[in-house]
Design a protein around this ligand. Sequence first.
Ligand SMILES: Nc1nc2c(ncn2[C@@H]2O[C@H](COP(=O)(O)OP(=O)(O)OP(=O)(O)O)[C@@H](O)[C@H]2O)c(=O)[nH]1
Ligand SMILES: [Mg+2]
Length: 247
Amino acid sequence: MAGFWNVVNKVMWEADVLLLVLDARLIEETMNEEIVRKAKKPLIYVITKSDLANKDGLEKYKKRLRPCVFVSAKEHHGTTMLKDRILIEAKKAYKDIKKVKVGVLGYPNVGKSSLINALKGRHAASTSILSGHTKGVQRVKATNRIMFLDTPGVIPYKEKEPIKHAFIGTTDFTKAKEPDLIVIGLMDRFPGRVEMFYGVGIEEDKEETIEKIALKRNILKKKAEADIERTARMILKEWQNGKIVAS
Ligand SMILES: Nc1nc2c(ncn2[C@@H]2O[C@H](COP(=O)(O)OP(=O)(O)OP(=O)(O)O)[C@@H](O)[C@H]2O)c(=O)[nH]1
Ligand SMILES: [Mg+2]
């Protein structure tokens, strides 16, 4: 992670404008105050994956996070608005700027590379469901005036919150420890969402819900018993790759 911070610091120094990319389902969790504090350039909050969250719940953030733009890289929503906002902020800070270098920062797996691709209009930055996919700084020219500096994601220095990191996708589903506990946490945090996605009823006992999903999907151990661990990992995967809606 220390190496990643070197990259981020370099990008912060080189860029004219910074984007802090946040997951619409986990805005508070993906906020990185360390980046906000360190940023000496105009910073735009970009709330991405907005296709996965209820618009009404997001409105309050418009006042709190300024300036902020809502985007869905998947549905190509908000991309023109974001390009306009980048040019507006650049003009405010540097009068005669012609070409703008934009540093793209945020937690691993929040959707930085997908955002750049949506803004460019075709696939240019490599993306993956697995976190830590982007290595080093990737330069992507999006328009004649905007060049993006894609970065590997960083988490706040010394932060150790395994459940939160699994929610965000910073720890991907292949590496998460005790996936059943994570999925139970997810069901508590976003009531009914996992159940709705898999078409099962809402139970008091969430372990039972995982078991029902296992049986429904035929994820079994040798003696036809539900395989809780494998099922929980599958649920976490569907959450991390943006299939399960938050509200
Ligand atoms: N539904 C939905 N899924 C998205 C959106 N943007 C990204 N994703 C998914 O989120 C996952 C991570 O996307 P990336 O763009 O690779 O994320 P990143 O921040 O570049 O990740 P690292 O390079 O590993 O730090 C992928 O599975 C994407 O398909 C979006 O707007 N909507
Ligand atoms: Mg990336």
